[in-house]
Write a protein that binds this ligand. Structure first.
Ligand SMILES: *Cc1c(COP(=O)(O)O)cnc(C)c1O
Length: 371
């Protein structure tokens, strides 16, 4: 059994992918070819925002978004300690300071009450500028509350939608839930390419222009007119071509993910030791991961070993919260500062999840968990 089965998907759409790749080989515009613009238009439409800027990775998308807000030394950006390192890494990369606040124990996303308190009590020479909320495992954060808090304090909100492309919150689509959103096309994400890729979404034309400039070395009129510091953050034409082929089946894949998640949750409903993921009624997850909570670390190890012996791979996202990672040791944090994130990191693990997971394989997983 595979944790994520990309081969099953490829088998379905191999002809479309081949023909898209062939078109790129024929026109030869490998950098910023027509597929990039075509994909940006399609993605913006599907998210329901005015502007989409394709870029080289989800990490670059976050970096470019912060650069568009002129984030630098002396600035503070609030975010979650329970996420992939890229979310906080980009803040540091620009010389700014990540300020962590704890997560909600049921959704694993930023807890708006704790966020509000941390901003209200923030006393530091640093200037609070913005918030990066993460849609962890595909479930959107609580943007109704987070956007309201940001409004109160005059902060921007960036949605880290690297795991949530296709998810929904109160009838809106992930990628369109905050001032700006960033997604990733890393192969294992819900919409994955065959290499690195990412995109930034915004309704602001002005910010979109700035992002397009940052993407190509801060270009002005052309590449040799450099009006600001930028990066080489372009999305490859070949990756855009592959994504266009994958986008055609993406809505159906999302439905399949929903069905797989529903079957897991139904099968786990009578378990009192293993908590199935909680999805608030106003949200729909993109199910990048199906993550469950064991009773404690020992219980988790036992379950993972049992599954492994039965041929079922599992993974832990994330074994250590960011405030306890050596890369962030220079920040004034210690163990015990974010008890929910710390406890979650000891109890959580993820089961195989992809659109092509068979009922039989799911039965195997559930039987091992119950046995
Ligand atoms: C994957 C991921 C990123 C980074 O995306 P890359 O395309 O790998 O650079 C950022 N944030 C989160 C939450 C992610 O899961």
């Amino acid at each position: 059994m595979q944790f994520i089965d990309l081969a099953a998907q490829q088998q379905r759409i191999r002809d479309r992918i081949n023909s898209r790749i062939q078109t790129v080989l024929d026109h030869g515009r490998y950098v910023m070819g027509p597929e990039v613009g075509e994909l940006e238009k399609r993605l913006a439409e599907s998210v329901g925002v005015a502007q989409c800027i394709g870029c080289a990775s989800g990490t670059d998308a976050l970096l470019m978004a912060l650069m568009a807000y002129d984030i630098g030394p002396g600035d503070a950006v609030f975010t979650t300690p329970f996420t992939f390192v890229a979310t906080a890494e980009v803040i540091r990369l620009l010389g700014a300071t990540p300020v962590f606040t704890d997560i909600d124990p049921r959704t694993f996303n930023l807890d708006p009450v704790k966020l509000d308190r941390a901003i209200a009590r923030f006393s530091s020479p640093l200037t609070p500028k913005g918030i990066i909320a993460v849609d962890l495992f595909g479930l959107p954060a609580n943007y109704e509350a987070i956007n309201a808090i940001a409004g109160e304090y005059g902060l921007f909100v960036i949605e880290d939608a690297a795991q949530s492309f296709g998810a929904r919150f109160q009838g809106k689509t992930a990628g369109g839930l905050a001032d700006m959103a960033c997604t990733s096309f890393f192969p294992a994400k819900p919409l994955g390419a065959y290499g690195d890729g990412g995109a930034v979404f915004t309704d602001s034309r002005e910010m979109a222009e700035k992002l397009r400039s940052i993407r190509v070395h801060g270009q002005g009129e052309n590449k040799y007119d450099n009006v600001r510091i930028g990066i080489n953050g372009r999305l490859d034409t070949l990756q855009a071509a592959i994504l266009l082929a994958k986008l055609e089946i993406f809505p159906e894949e999302l439905e399949r993910r929903q069905a797989v998640a529903a079957r897991y949750s139904e099968g786990l409903a009578d378990q009192d030791m293993l908590l199935a993921p909680f999805v608030p009624p106003e949200k729909q997850s993109a199910w990048a991961q199906y993550s469950v909570l064991a009773h404690d670390e020992t219980h988790r190890r036992a379950l993972q070993e049992k599954l492994k012996a039965g041929g079922v791979p599992t993974a832990i996202y994330y074994p250590r919260p960011l405030h306890l990672q050596p890369a962030f040791f220079h920040l004034p944090y210690k163990a015990g500062d974010f008890p929910v994130a710390e406890e979650t990191s000891r109890r959580i693990f993820s089961l195989p999840m992809h659109p092509y997971l068979s009922r039989a394989d799911q039965q195997t997983v559930l039987a091992l968990l119950h046995g």
